[in-house]
Write a protein that binds this ligand. Sequence first.
Ligand SMILES: *Cc1c(COP(=O)(O)O)cnc(C)c1O
Length: 245
Amino acid sequence: MVIAGKPVDRDEVRRGIETARDVIASAARRSGRRPEDVALMGVTKFQPLDAVIAALEQGVTLFGENRVQEREEKSPGLPEGGAEWHMIGHLQRNKARKALALFDCVESVDNADLARAMERIINENIERLEYMGVAYPILIEVNVSGEGSKEGVPPKDCLSLAEEILGSCPHLKVEGFMTIGPNVSDERAIRESFASLRNLRDSAAVRLGIPLPNLSMGMSGDYGIAIEEGSTIVRIGTGIFGSRH
Ligand SMILES: *Cc1c(COP(=O)(O)O)cnc(C)c1O
């Protein structure tokens, strides 16, 4: 896919990032948390490479893409190092190898077959990829809202999936959960959805005996609420980069 369209407005990106940082800081303080405990992810899907560069210039170090191919297309021209990339879209097993090479974390693991495919690939490449002693971080995507259009494991199956991954994938490190908020305007419903992911995380951490520190929740329309409900990663696309190109 060639990403064409209007050129990136660097001032718009700068202002978008400033606003996002302000919202993050005030939402964190309102809920008695530290702003630095919430990571700002720039979601660059459908945005050209220049959008990534503009965000890097503003000190953004975490980026998300929802398609392997689009991340791959951004590779040429991307400065080496300095940024972390998370896969946030549905990942097919046959793309797992590429995803592992291109991303530092897959946030969208929602089935055991995918996790086992990732484990196998890491094992095959263990020396070359230097994963020895270090596990590859993943989040489990949970479909909290139950909306049929969404990927993610149903909340009731979330603990058993985490257990299965822990038991069969020693080179994957489950660091927490990810969700997409419900597609509604009712603020209370949105808040309940995020709170229920936090509760799931809290009880899973106790049951599994591991910390599960990360909750990736909140997008341009709802990240203030998500932070108040415990988000540690907010994924912001249009709120920083404007409409998708
Ligand atoms: C597109 C996308 C985002 C960002 O959405 P915005 O509403 O543009 O902020 C966040 N998370 C996922 C999984 C996405 O696909």
